[in-house]
Design a binder for this molecule. Structure first.
Ligand SMILES: NC(=O)c1ccc[n+]([C@@H]2O[C@H](COP(=O)([O-])OP(=O)(O)OC[C@H]3O[C@@H](n4cnc5c(N)ncnc54)[C@H](O)[C@@H]3O)[C@@H](O)[C@H]2O)c1
Length: 353
């Protein structure tokens, strides 16, 4: 049985991680930390054995944890993940992974050097369509990658202005605990707006699928206030020569599925991954074509999978099979490349808009 600790007992922890931990037969939540006493009480009340702590340091000093889930605001991700890795735990970090690429790379190196599993919570990567696009590209089925274009719309614009009620009305998701406004609207906590919160999803999906490295990065964004962006256009060149154009926005048409697609254009074929619908369509120059639909009972956004995969990887590593842990940490290495791209959004922010 693995002992799990939680950093940040907020909306997403209650909605995604705690149910996944509780439903895992070989893991149990034993410790949680949150500076908000009500939220901490809500997480610790779930089970009599869960202890609440006022800080990450006190939790790590008092509890022997195998797995730590970091779901606090983005500005605290790097320090919490580092401390948990140094305490010997496998770590899941919410997106955005970290605010700075140097921190993300340092965490990946730390995990790899200690043979610990480090993973970033990116549910879009756990669908059958995501696995299919990874394997199509890795096997060179589309030929050499020439160009990629992506669009990623979300309903998140109200969050950047601190209007949590309007956001929850738009997404119509049940919630026991709502996000705190500052988690998304205070740049000292969020590190920025849409780029941090949402563009991080599509850029991470691009690197997950291609395993490519960015060579040149250019960004233009619409800012509501300093560092508080609501839409981004990114232009990348990947090592190997492929060019990438991405548009991402916090506004979309209500009551319709958000447009969230990435299209891969190769010398021998084309594939389109629809992240919102969890489908993949691909066609080769010779005429072969296929559609990958979601697996039986598969959610298009399997938000419990990241923590389940981490728990399974730590269990396998304890049993002497370290492959899954290594693969998760390699995935965190790809997510670190996304941090490098997102960081670029905030580097040359225009002064007047
Ligand atoms: N992967 C996804 O789809 C997804 C979805 C929603 C949120 N998230 C991410 O999850 C994280 C939390 O977002 P949320 O929507 O749950 O927000 P939230 O405001 O509900 O939760 C954040 C919690 O962290 C606590 N906190 C603040 N400072 C802390 C610290 N230093 N140590 C520990 N806890 C601290 C807050 O009191 C709050 O309870 C963010 O990084 C967000 O980007 C990811």
């Amino acid at each position: 049985m693995l002992n799990v600790g939680l950093v940040g007992a907020g909306w997403w922890a209650h909605h995604a991680h705690l149910p996944a931990i509780r439903s895992h037969p070989e893991a149990r939540l034993v410790a949680a930390t949150d500076p908000d006493p009500e939220r901490l009480a809500s997480a610790t009340a779930l089970d009599p054995g869960v202890r609440g702590f006022p800080s990450v340091a006190e939790m790590l000093a008092a509890a022997d944890l195998d797995v730590v889930v970091v779901a606090s605001p983005a500005a605290f991700h790097a320090d919490a993940a580092r401390a948990a890795l140094l305490a010997g735990a496998g770590v899941l970090v919410e997106k955005p992974f970290t605010l700075h690429a140097a921190e993300a790379r340092e965490l990946v190196e730390l995990a790899a050097s200690r043979r610990l599993a480090l993973s970033v919570s990116l549910p879009y990567q756990y669908t059958r369509a995501a696995r299919a696009v990874r394997s199509l590209l890795a096997q060179g089925e589309l030929g050499s990658l020439v160009a990629v274009h992506g669009v990623f719309e979300s309903y998140t614009a109200p969050l950047y202005a601190g209007d949590v009620d309007e956001y929850l009305r738009r997404v119509d998701r049940p919630h026991a605990v709502a996000p705190l406004p500052g988690t998304y609207a205070d740049v000292a906590l969020s590190g920025g707006g849409h780029g941090q919160s949402q563009t991080s999803h599509i850029v991470s999906a691009l690197f997950d699928a291609t395993d490519a490295h960015p060579e040149r990065i250019a960004a233009e964004s619409a800012f509501l206030a300093p560092r508080m962006d609501i839409a981004n256009t990114l232009s990348l060149r990947l090592k190997g020569g492929a060019v990438v154009g991405i548009f991402s926005s916090g506004e979309t048409l209500p009551r319709q599925p958000a447009q969230q697609t990435i299209t891969y254009l190769g010398t021998r074929g084309v594939a389109r991954h629809d992240l919102a619908l969890a489908t993949l369509d691909w066609a080769l120059a010779g005429g072969d074509a296929e559609r990958v639909e979601p697996g039986e009972g598969e959610s298009a956004y399997p938000n419990g999978e990241p923590v389940r995969a981490l728990i399974d990887a730590v269990l396998a590593a304890r049993a002497g099979r370290g492959d899954a842990a290594r693969e998760l940490t390699e995935g965190a290495g790809r997510a670190a490349r996304a941090v490098e791209v997102i960081e670029r959004i905030y580097r040359d922010e225009p002064v007047d808009v």
